[in-house]
Structure formats: C-alpha cells, structure tokens
Design a protein around this ligand. Structure first.
Ligand code: BGC
Length: 352
C-alpha cells in the first residue's frame, strides 16, 4: 500500500484544507533533512499558477500517482505539499516561503508570472532549497542565477510545427476544406496568455509551417483567450457574426480554447459541414475525445506524463542522494519532453 501523502494547502488562510490518501504523514525536522543523504522521508512543495487550468491539473494528478509509485519502489515516504497560487505572484511568493519554512526539501514552481521569479529564487538560495520551475518558462538569465535551479517543460516551437503540419495536411488531403475555393486558407488564431512562451511561439511556428508547405494563408482574426475554454467560446461567439462563413481554419494554442471555439459553433447552430478545420495542442482527456468525435482534426500531445515524471524524479534526486546523472539534463538544468502529433487514427492509444 502506498504511504505517500498529499497536503492540500488553502492559499488564502494558509491552513491545511484537506489531507488525503493513505498512511503516514512524513514527520520532518526542517532543514536537517536537506543535508541527509539517506533520507527515510522527503517533502516536496508544489505551487501551481492556477489549479483550474486543465493541462496543469491533469499533470498534477499524474505527478501524485508517480509519487505513490516512487514511494513504493524506494521505500522512502514522500509528502507533497500542494498549493494553488490562484493567479497571484504575490500569493505564490508567500507559498514558497511557507514551503521553505515547513522544511520542504525541494520546491516545484509553476510560475504565475514567468518574468518575476526573483523573490522565489532569492528565498530558495538563501535557504539552500533547490527549485524546479515547470511549464511556465523563465528566461535563461534567471535560471542561471543560481546553480540549484532547474526547468522541466517542452520545446514550444515543436508543438507549433506539428500543429501547422496537421492543419496543412487537412487542406492538402481535402480540397473542400477551402470553403470559398480561393486556393488560400482563411484562418483564425486563439491565443494563450500574452507573454507565455508557448502562446507566442506556437502561433508563429504553426503559421510558418503551413506557409512552408506551399499553402497561402490569410489571417481573418485573432483573440487572446488565456488558455481558457469559456473565454475562447465568448471570443469566438463575438467573431462568428463578422467572419463566421469566412473562417476555414481555427488554430488554437491549446485544446481548451479549441473546445471553446467548438462550443461557440454549436451554440450558434452552425451545421457541422460548415465548421472550419479546428486544431489544438495538449491532448487533454477532453481534447482527445473531441479528436475521436471528429470535432477537432487533430491535436499535439503535450507529454504531461513525461513532464510529471521528470519533475518527480528530479525532485526525488535533489532531496535524497543528489545524483542527477541518470536524468540527462540539458546544460545540467533543463529537461524538455518531446511533443507528438495525435490524429484520429492515433487517438485510441492516447485515450488509454
Ligand atoms: C499548455 C496549456 C496550459 C499552459 C499553462 C501550456 O503548455 O499547453 O494548456 O494552459 O501551459 O501554463
């Protein structure tokens, strides 16, 4: 039976709001563990920018499962202290302070504002607690500021290229996707948060990949929907009356926004034959279901399992013997998992 435990910490009142899973709570003696090489228990602090983000929350579920498996495999009890920063960097900074004060051996930070890691880095360095940043990438200069800082994520440009390839193939294989028959693709972009590394790069590479495949494109509109399904639905509903019949392709920076576009098309009673081609990125459970139903032409798998396992293995190594040699870090600091294209014929394998 797994002994790992998860402490869910309420962000506002700083109390333990929930405690779940079986067994033992790691009783920790603050800093002493940080120097212990043969730990019997370790404590990992995690703070996510927004616990309601579909991709991040699914990645955290997988992370907790891996922690259970790691504990069973090694016999070292793992306590996870998990916080939701609820989109506030100030809140997240206080959470990191609490995690350090609570004796976490390592803190894993999904930054709210990827340009504001300074407070986190300064506190961590002062207390000699390593930090694994994940999913929201800080600039290299910041990661270089101390040797015990790491980043786990993916290569944003790769997902853009794959999204562009999926879209280009859809038009090459089916000429009726060019609804007005003008030999060009009229497209609309639904973008993630302004300033997020994945939003900027995914859009740029998706479009340039389509163009490089020999297809002319014309942008009919774009909207920032902050990775969010409801916001994407609202923005799409606003764009439909003006551009509805012109739009032949929706390039969404993630699956949730692609699904928001689909929600808007359904709400507007637009017949399925008149829908544009819709492509997403992530391969979340709901995104994969939409590919299976043929509502999305495809998606790009953002390897949440690989990333979660990378964060866990790195956190575990940093909290125990410090041996990182098996982790194949790039430049000793980065772990980036590859993306993969998911087309209707691949989707069942991913849904499993
Ligand atoms: C994912 C998005 C997610 C964002 C959060 C991206 O890599 O594709 O779905 O909302 O990270 O930072």
């Amino acid at each position: 039976m797994s002994q790992y435990s998860v402490l869910l910490v309420d962000d506002e009142e700083d109390v333990i709001a929930g405690f779940l899973l079986t067994g033992m709570v790691g009783i920790l003696s603050g800093c002493s563990l940080r120097q212990t090489r043969e730990a019997e228990s370790i404590k990992i602090g995690v703070t996510v920018y927004d616990q309601y983000d579909t991709f991040v929350s699914q990645m955290m579920e997988v992370f907790k499962n891996y922690a259970g498996e790691k504990e069973a495999e090694t016999g070292i009890a793992i306590t996870i202290e998990m916080y939701n920063a609820a989109d506030s960097q100030t809140t997240q900074n206080s959470q990191v302070e609490s995690m350090i004060n609570d004796g976490c051996d390592v803190v894993c930070v999904n930054l709210v504002d990827r340009t504001e890691p300074t407070t986190v880095i300064d506190m961590a360095e002062k207390n000699n607690v390593p930090v694994i940043f994940f999913n929201r990438e800080l600039v290299e200069e910041d990661l270089e500021r101390w040797e015990r800082l790491y980043y786990v994520g993916a290569k944003a440009f790769e997902s853009g290229i794959m999204e562009g390839e999926i879209a280009a193939a859809a038009f090459q294989n089916n000429s009726s996707s060019d609804k007005n028959g003008d030999g060009m693709i009229q497209y609309l972009v639904l973008e993630g948060e302004a300033g997020h590394q994945d939003a900027i790069v995914r859009t740029e590479y998706a479009v340039s990949t389509i163009v490089e495949s020999g297809i002319d494109v014309e942008k009919v509109g774009y909207a920032i929907a902050n990775w969010n399904r409801a916001q994407a639905q609202t923005k799409m509903a606003q764009l439909l009356p003006e551009y509805g019949s012109e739009i032949e392709l929706v390039l969404a920076n993630n699956d949730d926004m692609a699904l928001g576009a689909i929600d808007a098309l359904k709400a507007a009673d637009i017949s399925r034959n008149d829908w544009p081609v819709i492509v997403g990125i992530d391969g979340t459970d709901v995104g994969l279901e939409a590919v299976k139903k043929g509502e999305m032409i495809g998606t790009v798998y953002n390897d949440k399992e690989g990333q979660a396992q990378g964060i866990l293995n790195l956190a575990f190594a940093l909290s125990t013997d410090g041996n990182l040699s098996e982790l194949a870090l790039e430049d000793g600091k980065y772990l980036r998992l590859p993306y993969a294209k998911v087309l209707p014929e691949d989707v069942d394998a991913y849904l499993k």
